[in-house]
Design a protein around this ligand. Structure first.
Ligand SMILES: Nc1ncnc2c1ncn2[C@@H]1O[C@H](COP(=O)(O)OP(=O)(O)OP(=O)(O)O)[C@@H](O)[C@H]1O
Ligand SMILES: [Mg+2]
Length: 234
């Protein structure tokens, strides 16, 4: 589904990512674990086409999209929920969802009603301004909006940031259910160990701009062991 080859990127000549290579199969859910400033958002920005890598290649379903604009990648099935969610605070939750349809030009209500089955918490909130929802509700809204475009590849940037624990669990459950139902491929960057372990089949670790390997599967269920990979103790 997604192949990244020896990708490097930075800002104004200052390198941030170095020699990143990864391969993600269709339907797979892959977490990329890393602390603040390690280059997680920079990597996602290269994947969606918001930042041009200084070297390397990005392929989507075998097609080289390294130079493709974000809207081209979106048409090919890629969608992105940015860090901080970026919902429209002045628009109602419903209008935020409708914005998700713009990309595909799909005629709307059926898609939205279908989606809301998987986001019951949003149903009573639809008339409220997006900005009046809690952080967790906004994250669910951003996720639903991204899914309204019927993507095949979902990129998530720290969905748990600033969200209370009870709703973090709900987001993890929602993602797991949607992944199974829609055969979604998911790339998640996170620093929340429990969440990344709950949502990902594989977890890669990004440290100072480089991928430092994969967390062994048997360690995903042991938060103590997982924390050793994040660099806190390294
Ligand atoms: N637009 C920019 N211009 C210059 N430097 C930037 C820019 N965006 C990010 N950086 C720098 O690149 C490095 C990686 O940033 P990035 O946002 O990718 O990290 P991150 O892992 O997503 O961090 P966080 O967990 O805080 O979101 C940091 O040193 C950051 O200061
Ligand atoms: Mg970030």
């Amino acid at each position: 589904m997604l192949d990244v080859n020896q990708l490097s990127a930075g800002y104004g000549g200052i390198p941030v990512l170095r020699d990143i290579s990864l391969s993600i199969a269709k339907g797979e859910s892959v977490g990329i674990l890393g602390h603040n400033g390690m280059g997680k958002t920079t990597l996602l920005r290269c994947l969606i086409g918001a930042l041009r890598p200084s070297a390397g290649r990005v392929q989507l379903e075998g097609r080289d999209v390294t130079a493709a604009a974000p809207n081209v990648r979106a048409r090919l099935g890629m969608t992105y929920v940015p860090q901080g969610r970026e919902i429209f605070p002045a628009l109602s939750a419903m209008d935020n969802l409708r914005m998700g349809l713009v990309k595909t030009g799909e005629r709307g209500m059926e898609t939205i009603e279908g989606l809301l089955q998987d986001f019951p918490r949003l149903k009573p909130l639809l008339e409220r301004p997006g900005g009046s929802l809690s952080g967790g509700e906004q994250q669910l809204l951003a996720l639903a909006r991204a899914l309204a475009g019927k993507p095949s590849l979902l990129l998530l940037d720290e969905p748990t940031e600033g969200i209370q624990p009870s709703i973090i669990e709900e987001i993890a459950d929602t993602l797991a259910a949607l992944r199974a139902k829609l055969a979604l491929t998911i790339v998640l960057v996170e620093q929340n160990l429990e969440f990344i372990a709950a949502v990902s089949q594989r977890v890669l670790v990004i440290k100072r701009g480089q991928l430092g390997g994969e967390v062994p599967r048997e360690h995903l269920t042991d938060i103590e062991l997982m924390s050793q990979y994040t660099g806190v103790h390294a």
